[in-house]
Design a protein around this ligand. Structure first.
Ligand SMILES: C[S@@+](CC[C@H](N)C(=O)[O-])C[C@H]1O[C@@H](n2cnc3c(N)ncnc32)[C@H](O)[C@@H]1O
Length: 320
């Protein structure tokens, strides 16, 4: 193992994570649902990487360009000697831009629920940044944030890109931001937020022509088949991702194409023809509506960057 790379730690709360229990609870509801965090096993993380490359998926390209354009300014706002903590770190591609500009960072702590994938990508980052202390953390950021404190308890700069915050309903997003704020030890949070825009553009981004988002969506059921011995017929469900304009969000479902039953952990679940299983929301904000949310979470908006077409925004929020 590289000497700068700490052994990946698993948070105590991650040990309690229970895909089977959550899936059974969600499928017992009158409106069936599966929690979106379970998209991300090794296969799901790799499918998400493929989504990021799609021509329709403007989010990753736009946010990456914003980071590159404003890296020096962001580094100055983060300050010296900070520990960069990334929530839902994914491929680590975006943080590479920040690390290139950061002013003598004390450490980088990427946190992700997709443990095997995190271990793979962090190894390659360690090889490229041999002098940087890396502390990968496998865990669920919706649970109490147990981030081990470094000697001297340095300030932290939080990094939460990818508009992952959009997966939470506004009140839950506010509560999550509040908990992130208290984990930052006085430091700020850099967060990427997708903006309200032409519904046709949003629709295309979540219904790509190559069908990768559909595969990603179905990975929830494929994962249940792999890990829990379920017998979901993947061809018996269809990806459906409409834009709910009133709620400013893309909603993602797997819709049963026929009357069918599925066996899971010794229980049988009935699906009517046309019955939807809700799998994800992706809320869109205006710059103002997101700033209001941040203020409700006790964060102070200090800077915001957006692209010429106002597709995506990046906010620097201060926690003190
Ligand atoms: C939308 S992707 C964004 C990935 C990357 N940050 C980017 O900007 O491209 C969401 C990431 O958050 C992780 N994730 C989702 N829910 C999580 C949770 N509850 N706790 C920790 N990580 C989570 C996923 O594994 C995935 O890597």
């Amino acid at each position: 193992m590289d000497t700068n790379l700490a052994r990946p730690q698993t948070t105590a709360s991650a040990d309690q994570d229970d895909f089977a229990g959550s899936l059974l609870d969600g499928l017992r509801k009158s409106s069936k649902e599966i929690a979106c965090k379970y998209f991300y096993d090794q296969t799901g993380s790799r499918l998400f990487d493929a989504i990021c490359e799609l021509p329709e998926y403007y989010q990753t390209r736009t946010e990456t360009a914003l980071l590159a354009r404003h890296a020096e300014e962001i580094a100055a706002l983060m300050g010296e000697d900070v520990e960069i903590v990334e929530f839902g770190a994914g491929s680590l591609r975006k943080v590479r831009i920040l690390l290139g500009a950061a002013r003598s960072p004390r450490a980088y702590t990427p946190m992700d629920i997709s443990g095997e994938y995190l271990c793979d990508v962090v190894r390659s980052l360690a090889a490229d940044h041999p002098a940087l202390t890396l502390r990968p953390l496998v865990g669920d950021f919706t649970r109490p944030l147990e981030i081990p404190v470094l000697p001297g308890s340095p300030r932290r700069a939080g990094f939460f890109p990818g508009s992952t915050i959009g997966n939470f309903k506004p009140d839950a997003a506010m509560a999550l931001l509040r908990r992130m704020r208290t984990s930052l030890n006085g430091g700020g949070l850099l967060i990427g937020v997708d903006l309200v825009k032409d519904p046709a553009r949003l629709h295309a981004a979540y219904n790509d022509a190559a069908g990768i988002t559909a595969l990603f969506n179905k990975n929830l059921m494929a994962r249940a088949n792999r890990e829990l011995g379920a017998d979901f017929d993947l061809d018996g469900f269809a990806h459906y991702a409409p834009y709910n304009a009133a709620a400013h969000r893309i909603e993602m479902y797997l819709v049963s194409l026929k009357r069918q039953s599925v066996n899971l952990c010794g229980q049988r679940f009935e699906f009517a023809q046309g019955e939807p299983v809700h799998t994800e929301d992706s809320h869109k904000y205006t710059i103002e509506s997101f700033r209001e949310l941040a203020v409700r979470a006790g964060l102070r908006p200090r800077a915001v960057w957006t692209d010429q077409d106002r597709l995506f925004s990046m906010h620097w929020l201060e926690s003190h």
